[in-house]
Write a protein that binds this ligand. Structure first.
Ligand SMILES: [Zn+2]
Length: 269
């Protein structure tokens, strides 16, 4: 998301919006103000809070918020560049460039919101502090607030903003911590390691994404079941936790133990 924000920051503010829409009925989550009020206005740039991209207008009156969820995709099309036939959302700029969102599959989960600044503030107010640059001291506070398993805690945007399930896998592997370890039981040294892993893994990801790397080249643990661990060579394992699949190295992270599935259905029984 941060790589995408950097990519869009300049071009979105270069020209005023000529035409806003079309937007898929399930993609546009707001109807007041209507989308066409964007026309003739110019964005001040692109901002990011957690996984949301925010595009405030330079007159300070509106903010366009985009959340891609898992399968949405946002593309910048130069003047004349061919785009998708049925985008989920499109903005055309004066000069001919376009910002288009597509979403694979029939479920439209990605969303676009056109908000007034106060509403946008409210929308992001419940988010925790940004993961990148968090530091060991603030991380320790979050970890010790309540005893929770590390993987779901890292993914919880209200606790820490900006880490998804894939990066939770990468970070915990780098920190040599079990995804099921309890947050309140970490030693100071383990907290330091986790804080360092958050920074180094997110920075590594950002750098690779900026160079245009895809998932396969970016992730070293996530979605790599059975492939050798890049540190010790042990085949990577996976475990189901609630509705998520977690990838880990049994040698580096759990002292050789294979974790047992804890599915939501079984937890509810
Ligand atoms: Zn390993």
């Amino acid at each position: 998301m941060e790589a995408l924000r950097r990519l869009l920051d300049e071009p979105v503010s270069a020209f005023p919006i000529a035409h806003a829409g079309p937007a898929h009925v399930a993609t546009l989550k707001t109807f007041d103000p209507p989308l066409h009020v964007l026309e003739g206005r110019r964005f001040a740039g692109a901002e990011r809070r957690a996984k949301r991209l925010l595009f405030p207008t330079d007159d300070g009156e509106l903010v366009l918020v985009v959340h891609l969820m898992t399968s949405g995709r946002l593309r910048w099309l130069k003047p004349g560049e061919a785009g998708p036939k049925k985008p989920a959302f499109r903005l055309a700029f004066e000069g001919g460039a376009q910002l288009v969102m597509t979403e694979a599959g029939s479920k439209k989960r990605a969303g676009v919101w056109l908000l007034r600044p106060a509403e946008a503030e409210e929308d992001v107010a419940h988010l925790g502090p940004e993961a990148l640059g968090l530091g060991a001291e603030r991380l320790a506070e979050i970890l010790r607030r309540k005893s929770r398993r590390l993987h779901p805690l890292l993914r919880d945007q209200r606790a820490i903003a900006g880490i998804g399930r894939a990066w939770s896998n990468e970070i915990l592997h780098h920190a040599r911590l079990s995804p099921f370890a309890l947050s309140s039981e970490l030693t100071d040294e383990e907290v330091e390691r986790l804080a360092e892993a958050i920074d180094s893994e997110l920075s590594r990801g950002l750098e690779l994404r900026e160079r245009g790397a895809g998932n396969a080249a970016t992730y070293r643990v996530h979605d790599k079941l059975g492939e050798p661990c890049y540190v010790c060579g042990t085949p990577l394992a996976r475990v189901e936790y609630e509705e998520h699949t977690i990838y880990y190295c049994p040698s580096c992270q759990t002292g050789g133990r294979i974790l047992k599935d804890r599915r939501m259905s079984r937890l509810l029984r």
